[in-house]
Design a protein around this ligand. Structure first.
Ligand code: ADP
Ligand code: MN
Ligand code: MN
Ligand code: MN
Ligand code: MN
Length: 335
């Protein structure tokens, strides 16, 4: 007997990487081993020397195929064993390890938009739907578009054993959110990538695509972000560490370093309107959805908990945002 292993990796498309996958048949009980692919077809190699290596780093039960079948998340390497330049997970590993003692946790809110053809799901063939107001956490066929896909995606994430913690309808028709975490930096980033793959794969069966485009509809419509909630053990135990983490994110050249790496098109989304802070000005505040970083009101009451970095775009690479936040905040907190 045999089973199917779906090898999933992140490609080299710029400015925003895409997910790729292919299937390997393995003998019952056999561990998924290293495999290869044609990097010239994924923006990861030139044609004359195009072999790239897939190294499994995490496996999950495959909720699409069921049974003993697996999803196999991989890192990409060159044949000489160096991480490929597109392999941002390899850059996160040493940073996560260096600050492991601070026990960082992340919860990422992934916003996304369904499209059918060239329009967001729920947008009429001509013109626009009723303006924003009723769609966020709405109910009813006049406000909700794609719930059957969202429910199926949630079930698939749970069946894959992902630490998905919730879903909600968003401010624009066809726009939704799911949250992954709280989990360690590597776990949250791995699982967010797998949850994204499951989103595309689930929606495919409905003839619908999903996009992480940060500004999928022009005009007076909310963009799509990936609010990144973060805590360390010290932040979960006291308020001084909460304030220090917020301060550290605003110190020296940190705001620009973070913004530059928070997803493609971040300036187009962080305009200062639609519940965002302008990308060029760092700010933090309690309960403030117009700040770069928000301290939730309950955290201020309890004097401990976590902070929310509201800047990352929906299309951010979770290996990058977690690496930057751990690097900036944990360095400051260890002093
Ligand atoms: P919002 O009110 O901004 O919409 P959500 O409920 O969508 O917030 O998302 C909050 C996220 O923060 C969830 O993924 C949750 O698991 C995560 N979270 C909760 N506590 C912590 C913590 N101590 N550290 C990191 N993340 C946390
Ligand atoms: Mn071939
Ligand atoms: Mn949310
Ligand atoms: Mn949201
Ligand atoms: Mn949020």
């Amino acid at each position: 007997m045999s089973y199917k292993a779906e090898y999933i990796w992140i490609d080299g498309t710029e400015p925003t990487a895409k997910l790729r996958s292919k299937t390997k048949i393995l003998a019952d009980g056999a561990e998924p081993g290293v495999w290869g692919f044609d990097g010239s077809s994924t923006n990861q190699a030139q044609g004359h020397s195009s072999d790239r290596v897939l190294k499994p780093v995490a496996t999950y039960p495959d909720p699409i195929r069921g049974g003993a079948n697996l999803l196999v998340l991989c890192e990409v390497f060159d044949i000489d064993g160096t991480p490929h330049s597109s392999n941002t997970r390899a850059l996160l590993r040493p940073v996560a390890e260096r600050f492991e003692g601070q026990e960082s946790l992340f919860g990422i809110e992934q916003e996304y938009t369904f499209f059918q053809g060239s329009r967001p799901l729920g947008f009429p063939e001509a013109g626009y739907p009723a303006p924003q107001g009723g769609y966020y956490c709405g109910v009813g066929a006049d406000e909700i578009f794609g719930r059957e896909i969202v429910e199926k995606h949630l079930d698939n994430c749970l069946a894959a054993g992902l630490g998905i913690s919730g879903i909600n309808a968003e401010v624009m028709p066809g726009q939704w959110e799911f949250q992954v975490g709280p989990l360690s930096p590597l776990e949250v980033a791995d699982q967010l990538w797998v949850a994204r793959w499951l989103l595309y794969r689930t929606a495919e069966e409905f003839g619908v695509s999903a996009t992480l485009d940060p500004k999928p509809a022009k005009g007076d419509w909310n963009g799509a972000g990936a609010h990144t909630n973060f805590s360390t053990k010290a932040m979960r135990e006291g308020y001084d560490a909460i304030v220090e983490a917020c301060e550290a994110l605003g110190r020296d050249d940190k705001p620009m370093e973070h913004i530059k790496n928070y997803g493609s098109g971040v300036e187009a989304r962080l305009t200062g309107a639609h519940e965002t802070a302008p990308w060029s000005e760092y700010s933090y505040g309690v309960s403030d959805r117009g700040a770069s970083v928000r301290i939730p009101w309950q955290v201020e009451v309890d004097k401990k908990g976590y902070i929310e970095d509201r800047r990352p775009n929906a299309n951010v690479d979770p290996y990058v945002v977690t690496r930057l936040i751990v690097g900036t905040c944990c360095s400051a907190l260890e002093k």
